[in-house]
Design a protein around this ligand. Structure first.
Ligand SMILES: Nc1nc2c(ncn2[C@@H]2O[C@H](COP(=O)(O)OP(=O)(O)OP(=O)(O)O)[C@@H](O)[C@H]2O)c(=O)[nH]1
Ligand SMILES: [Zn+2]
Length: 294
């Protein structure tokens, strides 16, 4: 049996890289039996076939972390791409993904792309003040890409963001050798028009592993990935200095009296959109019964 990393998952086939070659494999019945879906980024044991037909995936090794949207495992960081040009990214979409990442101890880098069209200062300011590594970049002019390269070198990153912000374009600009297809934003309105339809990990020339993933829209809500409402506060690292300082120990930081988070918001120490996203996620989390989370 050999060991490798799943680089691509498509239509029931898995493409496994053992460091020397890429092998096409099919999942074994046993994996379905234990209800484990192989994810891109998974370390797996597999049996290559000798006759050129697909090999078999035999075992998924324990995961460091796993995400369902984007569907990846074992990543070091999420690179969240956003834009202030077309499409304009709703900060809620960034905050939601960042909260999921934080709840899995996964670091986030925020990149405001298309800076050649709109300067991105507003979004960049919010995330910089909230304490995230934040870059303003342009896949078109190359602005900020050297810094992004240095942040992803030697790591496994998943590029995520709403549809049309330029995930594939940024990856192409980082390494023209991978030649991903990109699409016109006007074609991307609504669901199911995304250019990137599957998740795939690429080895970039700067010694980075980076996954391109399908863009999401505001319709996409994966309820299972949300933290329980009591844990959501820890998914906002910018709230950390104020936690434990509220009048009530079980403060929800939504509208309670004597709340230290609300006081920090009033003082301008917490970004208004960050708190709005927290409240929105809190209300969503409250609506999900624990038994539904599995
Ligand atoms: N002016 C400008 N256009 C850009 C930039 N980055 C991407 N674009 C354009 O934006 C459009 C969408 O880019 P894609 O790279 O396909 O976006 P994506 O986020 O990968 O899209 P999905 O795969 O649908 O999620 C294309 O027409 C790109 O040429 C940029 O920095 N500046
Ligand atoms: Zn509070």
């Amino acid at each position: 049996m050999a060991e490798g990393t799943i680089m691509k998952a498509l239509s029931g086939f898995y493409y496994v890289d053992d460091g020397a070659s890429v092998y096409t494999c099919r999942g074994r019945g046993r994996l379905r039996h234990i209800k484990m879906t192989p994810l891109v980024g998974d370390r797996v044991r597999f049996t290559p076939s000798l006759d050129g037909s697909p090999g078999t995936l035999d075992e998924i090794l324990p995961r460091r972390n796993e995400f369902f949207r984007p569907a990846v495992a074992n990543i070091d960081q999420l690179v969240i791409i956003a834009s202030e040009a077309v499409p304009v990214t709703d900060p809620f979409l960034i905050d939601r993904v960042a909260a999921i990442a934080q709840s899995r101890n996964c670091q986030c880098i925020i990149c405001i792309n298309k800076c050649d069209l709109a300067d991105g200062q507003k979004l960049a300011g919010i995330y910089h003040r909230a304490g995230f590594p934040t870059l303003r970049i342009s896949a078109e002019t190359g602005e900020g890409l050297e810094e992004l390269r240095s942040l992803i070198t030697g790591k496994v990153s998943a590029f995520t963001g709403n549809s049309g912000v330029g995930k594939s374009s940024v990856l192409n600009a980082l390494d023209p050798g991978i030649a991903l297809s990109t699409g016109d934003v006007s074609q991307k309105l609504g669901r199911g028009r995304h250019t990137t339809r599957h998740v795939e990990l690429y080895r970039l020339s700067c010694s980075a592993l980076a996954a391109d993933t399908p863009g999401f829209s505001s319709f996409d809500v994966d309820r299972m990935e949300l933290a329980r409402k009591e844990e959501l506060q820890y998914a906002f690292p910018d709230f950390a200095p104020y936690l434990g300082r509220c009048r009530f120990q079980d403060c929800a930081h939504v509208k309670e009296k004597g709340c230290a988070v609300l006081a920090a918001l009033k003082e301008g120490e917490i970004e208004p959109t960050r708190h709005q996203s927290y409240v929105r996620l809190y209300e969503q989390a409250k609506a999900i019964p624990d038994w539904e989370r599995g």
